[in-house]
Structure formats: structure tokens, C-alpha cells
Design a protein around this ligand. Structure first.
Ligand code: AHG
Ligand code: MN
Ligand code: MN
Ligand code: MN
Length: 332
């Protein structure tokens, strides 16, 4: 019989990962090591972010990424830090990152895992001191051990994730993750350099009264989404939009609400990226009792066919996402 692993608030992340190891689908310790590698890189990136105003690390890097976005220096720094940590850790054979066009082969062909990562989410908020984040998804490779990873490793549906999470660099820095047994949040204590369990077993309210959408694009939203936004206004819901997906998601996860990124004039297929933004948050929200949809289907069941594939995203409290889905079916 498994020990009841309800660990007390204040447990360190390392201890928590160690104790929870036996819950993992493959309890070999490698996934634990991988999570610790991510936590280490998060600490390093957190330090860089905290110093951003004092060092020459703010502002544009001068290049565009594969999505045609202007890279910020911190996008590049975070990308390097996470890749380095994952490469040195040895558990990961390949990585896909928002900031890299192609798959990054780590050289560790005996690594059993692959990672999809948005190293720095919300980069437009870096220079204005607003919350930003990191998003990650972990899969077991499907290709043969000892060989180079293949596209099939990355084109697994979100349902195949073995772990996923995010780091939010906010009023405090937190790491929130799931391995498919609920969602737990850890707050970073800077002077000790440790993450401590602060939000055990996070569940999200079934319904909420916060809606998060970039209403600047309203005129080009699909009719059903316009209608939903109007309903939110009539109901006097609170409009909250930070412009960092991680931060908007985190607030709604804790308080109840919905985040919407529909197709718009600028982004006809939606803006957010399936592999390293939507899937991780979809896994987390479902584990917390919420829902994630592209309007037609469960995000986690979308079959990926491109590394940087985009999709529309409606995510948060179950009742709210259901209402949007029903409107989309009825109206568009
Ligand atoms: P990233 O900074 O990783 O490129 O992600 C940007 C995303 C996401 O963080 C945010 O929610 C969204 O873009 C904001 O888009 P708009 O500015 O179009 O609202
Ligand atoms: Mn970007
Ligand atoms: Mn992002
Ligand atoms: Mn990013």
C-alpha cells in the first residue's frame, strides 16, 4: 500500500520530488533529476531577471526568432540557461524551444526524455517590470534509446506528457508542476536559494468571474467570442489581462476565470504555440479540475504536425470554457 504522500507546506522542492518519485509512471529517478535541473535553471534565470534593470540585460537582442518576433536579450539568456541545464543533466535527448527553429539534440542519446520549452514567456513585459514566466512539457521519447530523437518524439499529443509546469517570476517566484497526480506550487525563498511547497494540491474553481483576453483585437474576434466577451461585460466580470500567459493563467488557476486567445486578424490560427505553451497549461489545468480547449477539441488531443504550431486557446474554469465551446458550436 502506498504511503499517503501529503507532504506539509514548507517541504523543499528537492525533498518533495524525491518523495513523490514513486508516483511517477516510470519511477527510475531520471524524471526527478530532470525536474531538479529545470528548477536549477529557473533559479539562475530568476537571478538574471532580478538584475535586469541593473545589468545590460534588458531590451532587444537585435534578432528575430522563427516566429518573426523580436527576441529580447532575456529570451536568449533564458534559452541558453535552460538548454545548458538540460544538456548537462543528461536525462534529455532533445529539446524544442520557442527560440530555436529546429530540434536541439543534446548529444545524450541515452536520455529517455524530450522537453518542449518556452524559456521566457511574456517577453514584452520584461522591460516594464511585470510578471513573466517559463513553460515546460516533458515527454518520454518514443524513438529507440541510443539513437537521435526523431520528429515523432515531438509530435506526441499533449495527453502523453509525463510532467509539465511553469515558473512565474512575479511578486514572488514560484514553480508549479504536475506529474499527473495533481498540481503543486512551490515558492522561491531567495536568501536560501530554495523552492518550498506553498500551494499543495492546487484545485481551480469550477466557475469564475474573471475573463482575460486582449480586447484590443475585439473587432476581429469570431462572432461567438465577441458575444462571450459582451456577456462577461454584462455580468460585470473583472477584466484582467497581464499579457504574460503564465501570469494570466496562474491568477485564473487560483481564483477561477477564463483566458481566451481566439483567432484574430494578426494571428488567424491563434497566436499561442501548442507544443511549448498550450499543452503544458492544458495538462496543469485539467489536473486542477479545469478545462482547456481550442474551441472544438481538447487541447491535449490535438495531433501536432509542426514544431511551432499555433492554436486558439480557451482555458480555465470548466463551466466558463464549456460556455465558450457551446457558443462556438452554436454561432460560428
Ligand atoms: P512569448 O513572450 O513567449 O512570445 O509569449 C507571448 C504570448 C503570451 O505570453 C501572452 O499571453 C501573449 O503572447 C500576449 O499576446 P498579445 O500581446 O497579442 O495579447
Ligand atoms: Mn516570443
Ligand atoms: Mn510564451
Ligand atoms: Mn517566450
Amino acid at each position: 500500500l502506498k504511503e499517503n504522500l501529503a507532504l506539509p507546506v514548507g517541504t523543499t522542492l528537492d525533498r518533495f520530488i524525491m518523495r513523490k518519485q514513486e508516483d511517477f509512471p516510470y519511477a527510475t529517478g531520471e524524471l526527478s533529476q530532470l525536474l531538479r535541473d529545470i528548477a536549477l535553471a529557473a533559479k539562475i534565470v530568476n537571478r538574471a531577471i532580478n538584475h535586469a534593470g541593473l545589468t545590460d540585460i534588458g531590451g532587444a537582442y537585435g534578432k528575430q526568432n522563427v516566429q518573426g518576433e523580436d527576441q529580447q536579450k532575456l529570451d536568449v539568456v533564458a534559452n541558453i540557461r535552460f538548454i545548458r541545464a538540460l544538456r548537462n543533466g543528461g536525462e534529455v535527448c532533445a529539446i524544442i524551444s520557442e527560440e530555436e527553429e529546429d530540434v536541439i539534440h543534446t548529444g545524450n542519446n541515452n536520455g529517455k526524455y524530450i522537453v518542449a520549452i518556452d524559456p521566457l514567456d511574456g517577453s514584452s513585459n520584461i522591460d516594464v517590470n511585470v510578471s513573466i514566466g517559463t513553460i515546460f512539457s516533458i515527454y518520454r521519447r518514443v524513438s529507440e534509446l541510443g539513437t537521435e530523437a526523431t520528429m515523432d518524439d515531438f509530435f506526441q499529443k499533449g495527453t502523453e506528457q509525463v510532467a509539465a509546469g511553469y515558473v512565474i517570476y512575479g511578486s514572488s517566484t514560484m514553480l508549479v508542476y504536475t506529474t499527473g497526480n495533481g498540481v503543486n506550487g512551490f515558492t522561491y525563498e531567495t536568501s536560501l536559494g530554495e523552492f518550498f511547497l506553498s500551494h499543495p494540491n492546487i484545485t481551480t474553481p469550477q466557475n469564475g468571474s474573471i475573463y482575460s483576453v486582449n480586447e484590443g483585437g475585439f473587432n476581429h474576434f469570431p462572432e461567438s467570442i465577441k458575444h462571450y466577451v459582451e456577456l462577461c461585460r454584462v455580468r460585470n466580470y473583472a477584466a484582467r489581462y497581464i499579457g504574460s500567459l503564465v501570469a494570466d493563467f496562474h491568477r485564473n488557476l487560483l481564483k477561477g476565470g477564463i483566458y481566451l486567445y481566439p483567432n484574430t486578424l494578426k494571428s488567424p490560427g491563434g497566436k499561442l504555440r501548442l507544443l511549448y505553451e498550450c499543452n503544458a497549461l492544458a495538462f496543469l489545468v485539467e489536473q486542477a479540475g479545469g478545462k482547456a480547449s481550442d474551441g472544438r477539441q481538447r487541447i491535449l488531443e490535438i495531433q501536432p504536425s509542426e514544431l511551432h504550431q499555433r492554436c486558439t486557446l480557451y482555458i480555465g474554469s470548466k463551466d466558463m470554457v464549456n460556455e465558450v465551446e457551446n457558443l462556438l458550436v452554436a454561432r460560428d
